[in-house]
Design a protein around this ligand. Structure first.
Ligand code: ZN
Length: 129
């Protein structure tokens, strides 16, 4: 398993980690396989979406913020239930096919770490099989 760090700079933020995942795939030398990208945090997530236009990522965080307000009648005493809910909705894992030693992403796709309770230092785990 490979691990790398992501430094987030806002409470809600999508960070393109495609280059960091690609670096792990290159290091592995795997020509044909599966790359699993995993977020080991309960207030973060991983998703694949458009990386060409950065306003797509900001629209996603903006909509999630309006759908899931920070302050509501939540029970969780830590005060970050909105972040936990966003994490569950978006999900912890993505899998991408590796062929000819390269991640098989669509033309406009990138892999994003989703921060919902930042800024923090976060970990991403990658398993290449
Ligand atoms: Zn919490």
């Amino acid at each position: 398993m490979h691990k790398f760090n992501v430094r987030t700079s806002a409470r809600n933020e999508l960070i393109d980690i495609t280059q960091k995942v690609t670096a792990q795939v290159n290091k592995s030398g795997v020509e044909s396989g599966i790359c699993t990208v995993y977020c080991p945090h309960t207030t973060g997530a991983i998703t694949i979406n458009e990386s060409a236009d950065p306003s797509v990522a900001s629209d996603i965080t903006k909509k999630l913020r309006s759908m899931i307000p920070k302050n509501e009648n939540y029970s969780h005493a830590e005060g970050n239930s909105d972040a936990h809910i966003k994490s569950s909705l978006v999900g912890n894992t993505v899998q991408v096919i590796i062929e000819n030693g390269a991640l098989q992403l669509g033309t406009w796709q990138g892999i994003f770490f989703c921060e919902f309770d930042g800024p923090r230092s976060r970990n991403v785990w990658v398993k290449i099989q």
